[in-house]
Design a protein around this ligand. Structure first.
Ligand SMILES: *Cc1c(COP(=O)(O)O)cnc(C)c1O
Length: 405
């Protein structure tokens, strides 16, 4: 029996497998692509599993989180509050209190009132919060898929407003302006756009420092590193990124090699994406008006809930176990949920399949569980198996239960 089929037989189906060897390899590759001395934040929203986060922390990563749940995952992974950056446009007082009490001192703030909220909590606790201004830059840098700046946005300070706001922002009790945070690009395979966007980001930050006096001790230039998602393929290699970044940084921040400012990047999908494989089982095969439906035990409650919002995923399926050879034919891959939206893929070419066959979906380590409708229809959450190569490290399952207050 194949390894994944064996895990499904041993622990049940559907199940996610995360291989920590691949997490370490991804971190090594990303570090090699970046200039030496860069800090690297792991974005927990890709996958907050504590053992994945722990592996990244062991490799020197810091934690970028956006909720109390992610903060607890960071603590479970061994992060100290001083290694955490709290981001997000809607930080509540309660979340901020938990974070400050847990030792978090670094915040990305997205509006004047967000800065005040951080300051109020910090001042009440008698501490100083270091705040990065998240900047929504005035003009776009590179043309890209998902852009989050250059337009009205719930994220960040409109760059053009910062000069006038500066005196007020400098004077918020409980806070100290520590730098800038820009995150404008996601999932960019194209190295040229990535370098152009980072170049733009770095010059925006340098201009802000020059023209408004914004102190920049830490410059978080965001991310945008790509990874294959639910389909075959390899993480991109960014062979020219390091040199590209060094050139812009040397021009804009002459002290950066000595750590003034400290430069940081963020990544979720590049670090966690290719460690994960979703293993699931064919429950039933159904023909309807000439179309073959392959019904799996994993639907949008397990993977890619966003497809329920009208986005079909580029799912590719691997076969495991005793699958008969035979001619491939198109099929619609669906889950078990009682909604016509529970479609994982249309028109995938599959060999004959029978109930009980185990199939795998690759590159599911980032935005697998976290981007799924896990509560929808009340199936148990998938099992999560963490491995080190072919050695099982842990087996767990998230549980929901109603607790009456
Ligand atoms: C989501 C997010 C990331 C991670 O994005 P990936 O595409 O998974 O690398 C990084 N930074 C911020 C602020 C984010 O919101």
């Amino acid at each position: 029996m194949n390894w994944y089929a064996e895990l499904a037989a041993r622990y049940g189906s559907p199940l996610y497998v995360y291989d920590l060897e691949r997490v370490a390899a991804a971190q090594k590759d990303l570090r090699q692509a970046l200039p030496g001395g860069f800090s690297l934040f792991y974005s927990f929203k890709a996958n907050p599993h504590p053992e994945i986060a722990r592996a990244l922390r062991d490799g020197g990563a810091l934690a970028e989180i956006s909720s109390t749940g992610e903060l607890n995952a960071a603590f479970a992974a061994g992060f100290d509050g001083s290694e955490v950056l709290l981001t997000g446009p809607g930080k509540t007082t309660e979340e901020l209190e938990v974070a400050v009490d847990g030792g978090v001192r670094l915040f990305s703030v997205e509006s004047p009132t967000d800065l005040w909220h951080v300051g109020q909590v910090a001042a009440r606790r008698g501490v100083i919060a270091d705040c990065l201004l998240r900047v929504n830059s005035a003009e776009p840098g590179a043309a890209t898929s998902i852009r989050m700046t250059g337009a009205p946005s719930q994220f960040g300070f409109d760059e053009e407003m910062i000069p006038a706001l500066m005196p007020e922002l400098r004077a918020v009790p409980g806070t100290r302006l520590a730098g800038a945070h820009l995150f404008s690009l996601s999932n960019s395979k194209d190295e040229e756009s990535l370098v152009a966007e980072f170049g733009h980001t770095i010059s925006v930050a340098a201009r802000l420092q020059r023209e408004t006096g914004l102190p920049i001790r830490l410059l978080d230039i965001g991310g945008g590193f790509a990874a294959p998602y639910l389909t075959g393929g390899e993480r991109p290699v960014y062979g020219g990124l390091r040199a590209g970044l060094e050139t812009v940084l040397d021009a804009e921040f002459s002290g950066w090699r000595a750590g003034t400012p400290e430069i940081a990047c963020e990544s979720g999908r590049y670090l966690a994406g290719d460690c994960g494989t979703l293993v699931c089982t064919v429950v039933n095969i159904k023909e309807s008006r000439g179309r073959r439906f392959v019904i799996l035990d994993a639907g949008i409650n397990t993977l890619g809930g966003m497809s329920g919002l009208g986005r079909l995923l580029p799912v590719s399926v691997g076969l495991n176990g005793a699958t008969p050879d035979g001619e491939r034919s198109p099929a619609t891959l669906v889950g078990p949920l009682c909604t016509p939206g529970d479609i994982l893929a249309r028109n995938v070419s599959l060999p004959p399949l029978a109930p009980g066959d185990v199939v795998t979906i690759p590159n599911a380590g980032a935005y697998g569980m976290t981007a799924s409708l896990v509560m929808f229809l009340g199936h148990p959450a998938p099992i999560e198996v963490v491995t080190h190569g072919h050695q099982v490290v842990s087996v767990s399952r998230i549980e929901f239960h109603r607790k009456y207050e």
